[in-house]
Design a protein around this ligand. Structure first.
Ligand SMILES: Cc1cc2nc3c(=O)[nH]c(=O)nc-3n(C[C@H](O)[C@H](O)[C@H](O)COP(=O)(O)OP(=O)(O)OC[C@H]3O[C@@H](n4cnc5c(N)ncnc54)[C@H](O)[C@@H]3O)c2cc1C
Length: 392
């Protein structure tokens, strides 16, 4: 093979692919990113839209993930102030809530510690007057309300901003352009994709498979064949309710099964989610099931009984979780890096959080260093500003 067309080819313009393309372009690599549908068309527009450490991951002792995510949250608050905002999170405790105030105090203290004990990480117990002044939420049986601060975003807008930053740094984006197959040798990768009904071929030193729920479908089309990792696709649904947006995020316990569920502001209305339903089938067809709608509406009516319960929109996304005997709740939520093919020229990304995309991208480049040529860095993603992109 002569000099390949690109240093790195990235499949998928969800947050992970956009993040890797941005980090690669910032590091000075000639980068191509292929997206089959639209930027953030997959899971990256169907998340809970929180940029957070994930208080609930303390229950499954994922301390490293929480610490890393809180660090990334702080970076994003600095570099993307128009896209990521700090908001109050409220945890109401009722007489019947299983997570007791002492447990929540320990959890929130540990969360603050992992966040570096900054001012923004301190939590507070609302006074009776503050509690009573909270609009809409049921007051009957309410004994304590904790408030802490975390961040939220528009996930699709954040992904578009990261992709635009990658392009501004020199990455080439082809969209819609669908990866079809690739062949990997000691010299590099030759890849075929389809754009505007035509088949095109390009070459690269390395390939990042950031196809989200399609990760194994992509891996299956790479020769020589390697066994993909066994994963479960776990669907999470959200409902948009025709109720005024709450002034913060409410972190409530589902009365049915005690899972933590969020009630959040979203585009002037209320968003509630999420669920955990094992999914099989075509990822492009994922949609909330009737059982998920009923489950989320029951939670909404339980905690916000006086509010309207008209559903005006709904969506579902897919988590990619390593297959294991553990319950979905207890499976690790950090990205799994899977390297394969001649000298590890192919890196497949499984799972991960929206919040941690930047750190994941830097780690991905570290995995590929051995197969990428020398390059001169152009920028540092820790300080590169992200701006919203106009959409027509
Ligand atoms: C219900 C739910 C709630 C979540 N909430 C949060 C949260 O609040 N905070 C948080 O930090 N994280 C959250 N997450 C996790 C986060 O949303 C995901 O980890 C992240 O969006 C995954 O991004 P991705 O780029 O890996 O995948 P995707 O966004 O799915 O992107 C993959 C892309 O690859 C493209 N693609 C696939 N095949 C091809 C092909 N052959 N050729 C070209 N392109 C292809 C697809 O079209 C798609 O755009 C949540 C996840 C779920 C499911």
């Amino acid at each position: 093979m002569n000099t390949p067309d690109y240093d790195l080819i990235v499949i998928g313009a969800g947050i992970q692919g956009a993040g890797v393309a941005q980090a690669a372009a910032a590091a000075g690599y000639r980068t191509l990113i292929l997206e089959q549908t639209a930027i953030a068309a997959g899971t990256s527009s169907r998340s809970s839209k929180l940029i957070h450490g994930g208080l609930r991951y303390l229950e499954s002792l994922q301390l490293g993930l929480v610490r890393k995510s809180l660090r990334e949250r702080d970076i994003l608050l600095d570099i993307a102030p128009a896209l990521v905002e700090l908001v109050p999170f409220y945890i109401p405790v009722y007489r019947e809530t299983t997570r007791r105030p002492w447990q929540l105090r320990i959890g929130l203290s540990l969360y603050a510690l992992l966040g570096g004990l900054q001012r923004r990480d301190r939590f507070h117990v609302l006074s009776r007057a503050e509690r009573e002044a909270l609009p809409a939420i049921r007051k009957d049986g309410l004994t304590t309300v904790f408030r802490y601060y975390d961040a939220r975003t528009d996930d699709a807008a954040l992904t578009r901003a990261v992709a635009a930053s990658a392009v501004a740094l020199g990455a080439e984006l082809r969209c819609p352009a669908a990866f079809r197959r690739a062949k990997v040798s000691e010299e590099g990768v030759i890849l075929e994709y389809e754009e505007s009904g035509e088949s095109r071929a390009v070459s690269g030193h390395a390939l990042v498979n950031a196809a989200g729920p399609w990760v194994n479908a992509v891996l299956e089309q790479i020769r020589p064949h390697v066994a993909p990792r066994a994963v479960d696709l776990v669907q999470g649904a959200h409902l948009v309710l025709d109720a005024p947006a709450p002034r913060g995020v409410f972190y409530v316990e589902a009365p049915q099964d005690r899972r933590a569920v969020f009630v959040m502001p979203w585009q002037g209305k209320t968003l509630i989610g999420t669920t955990e339903t094992v999914f099989e089938g075509d990822p492009a067809k994922v949609a909330p099931t009737q059982a998920e709608r009923d489950y989320l509406l029951e939670i909404w009516r339980h905690y916000f009984p006086a509010s309207k319960d008209t559903v005006i929109d709904s969506f579902a996304g897919l988590r990619v979780l390593p297959r294991s005997e553990k319950s979905v709740f207890h499976r690790p939520r950090d990205t799994v890096f899977h390297t394969s093919h001649h000298g590890n020229r192919v890196l497949s990304l499984y799972g991960g959080k929206l919040t941690g995309y930047r750190a994941t991208a830097e780690e991905a480049l570290a995995y590929l260093k051995g197969v990428l040529p020398p390059a001169t860095p152009r920028a540092d993603t820790r300080t590169l500003r992200l701006e919203p992109v106009e959409t027509s």
